[in-house]
Design a protein around this ligand. Structure first.
Ligand code: ADP
Length: 501
């Protein structure tokens, strides 16, 4: 602690009075000297005489308040002035100020000082604890990363030998390398079933790994859900019927198209339906539902199975989480929901669950209704984010054409050679009623111009005139996006924050 008083005899008597083991008492005979010491030491408390020549105690405190390093140091003012003067210093941190009146009572001053010293000790202990927790957290994080790396490396290595084992088991099972008797065939089918289990686990681990590394190809576009819902129904009709389960599909008649990647939507629904089917007892009901509200399409999978206990609801989305629910003889690895919930997030939604023990489970997620603005915004955000991550400059190229589908597939060939690996950012959409192919190129403006001349050359080589394709280059350098010119851009861009931000 620091004692500030202009009279040496007061400083000495305070030293005597407050001395205790482990406490360092610094002294200063003026405000200036005190402020200097405060900057050098981490103080538990300042005992500050108010009446001093030059800078008085309140002025010292005012300067302490203005400095980040000293503003939280508690102060005990020692004053002969009457109590009204307290107001003078009302601006200081509440609770960090106390007063002692002269003549000072030794018992009172000792106990007040003791309170502040205990507070400081508690604060130091807290800081030590936080440091230790941080260190422990970092250590665990590193270990967890290493475990994940190890798991994914092992999974990769398992893939090839697993495929070979499966192939050879099949050869024996199917009698291709010589007639197999019933017992041998049975042995091989058990081996094959377990190979498939392992293969699913390996695929799931790698899937999750790819999602977490941001390497999943999510290509949202205009999707009509009817096709997906029908395909899911067809996939599960037979296996549900085999267990006497009713599979219901309930959908609104006029489902609007959504902005989504159909492969990922299918993957989520298949996983949810698979769970509903396997956890619902024979004779139960599995329902797949689709409906709109708030401009979004909500997809739900509900069942009449055992449900999930409240304490398990949160963790079903964790990796390898299993609640021990009866899976009717089916196996699982506890990764399906972890993958599905991450995929739902990639699609701009959130996978949610509602359930009570014994009353079935309901999983749902939502997809945004389709609009060209949303499509272009998502496409540009995704493509540019990937390029910015590797510090590459990028250019958005839009080609307006009557035959977007054909142009897109043709461009694929050119872009393969131009766009960096892993940035296959190309899509077609209708902007302002016109077919448009959008490409996020890993190139600056010059690169984009050269890309376009290669596109033209490709076209002409095929005997088509470049004039059949009109293009527009919007130059969006990473660090000066606002410099991009809107004059020639279609109106849709003007409403897009992502382009002008
Ligand atoms: P898996 O099904 O392979 O075990 P999931 O990640 O798909 O892994 O599911 C995790 C756990 O959540 C399951 O093991 C089960 O305990 C619980 N669960 C998932 N879906 C349902 C459901 N429809 N009804 C009851 N429990 C479920």
């Amino acid at each position: 602690m620091l004692v500030v008083d202009d009279r040496q005899e007061n400083l000495s008597s305070m030293r005597q009075l407050l001395r205790r083991p482990g406490l360092v008492i610094l002294t200063a005979a003026s405000g200036n000297e005190a402020l200097g010491l405060m900057l050098e030491h981490d103080l538990a408390l300042v005992l500050l005489d108010v009446q001093m020549p030059g800078m008085n105690g309140f002025e010292v405190a005012e300067l302490m308040r203005r400095n980040e390093r000293t503003r939280h140091v508690p102060i005990i003012f020692v004053t002969a002035i009457d109590k009204e003067r307290r107001q003078v210093f009302s601006g200081y941190e509440a609770g960090a100020v106390d007063y002692l009146f002269k003549p000072v009572d030794p018992f009172i001053i000792r106990s007040k000082v003791a309170v502040f010293l205990e507070m400081k000790e508690a604060q130091l202990a807290r800081e030590r604890l936080v440091r230790e927790l941080n260190r422990a957290y970092n250590r665990l994080q590193k270990l967890s990363d290493r475990k994940t790396d190890y798991l994914s490396a092992a999974s990769h290595e398992l893939r090839t030998p697993l495929t070979v084992i499966k192939e050879y088991c099949t050869l024996v099972h199917d009698g291709i390398v010589g007639e197999a008797n019933d017992e041998q065939r049975h042995c091989m089918s058990v081996a094959l079933r377990n190979c498939n289990r392992l293969a699913t686990l390996v695929d799931d681990v790698l899937d999750l790994d790819a999602i977490e590394a941001g390497e999943v190809n999510c290509r949202p576009r205009e999707v009509r859900l009817d096709g997906i819902l029908n395909a899911c129904r067809d996939d599960f009709l037979e296996c549900c019927a085999a267990r006497g389960q009713e599979l219901r599909v309930e959908r609104e008649t006029q489902l609007p198209p959504v902005l989504a990647d159909p492969a990922l939507v299918t993957q989520i629904l298949v996983n949810l339906l698979g769970n509903a089917h396997k956890f619902t007892p024979n004779g139960g009901v599995v329902t797949l539902r689709a409906g709109t509200s708030d401009g979004r399409v909500h997809l739900e999978v509900a069942d009449t199975g055992p449900g999930i206990a409240p304490e398990d609801l949160r963790r079903v989305f964790d990796k390898f989480a299993q609640t021990g629910a009866d899976a009717g003889g089916y196996t699982g690895n506890g990764l399906g929901l972890a993958i599905s919930s991450r995929l739902a997030t990639l699609l701009g939604g959130e996978l949610q669950v509602e359930s009570e023990r014994g009353r079935g489970a309901l999983f749902r997620f939502a997809l945004p209704a389709y609009s060209a603005e949303r499509h272009l915004a998502a496409f540009v955000a995704d493509g540019t984010e990937r390029l910015e991550r590797v510090d590459a400059s990028w250019t958005l190229v839009l080609l307006r054409t009557a035959e977007a589908g054909r142009v897109e597939s043709r461009l694929g060939a050119v872009t393969d050679r131009v766009i960096r690996r892993n940035t296959d950012s190309i899509t077609s959409l209708e902007i302002d009623g016109r077919q448009t192919v959008a490409v996020v190129l890993a190139a600056d403006r010059d690169g984009a111009v050269s890309f376009l001349s290669r596109v033209e050359a490709e076209w002409e080589r095929d005997g088509e005139t470049a004039a059949s394709v009109r293009y527009l280059v919007l130059d969006l350098p990473v660090d000066e996006r606002s410099a991009f010119s809107l004059e020639s851009a279609p109106p849709v861009f003007q409403s897009m924050g992502v382009m002008t931000g």
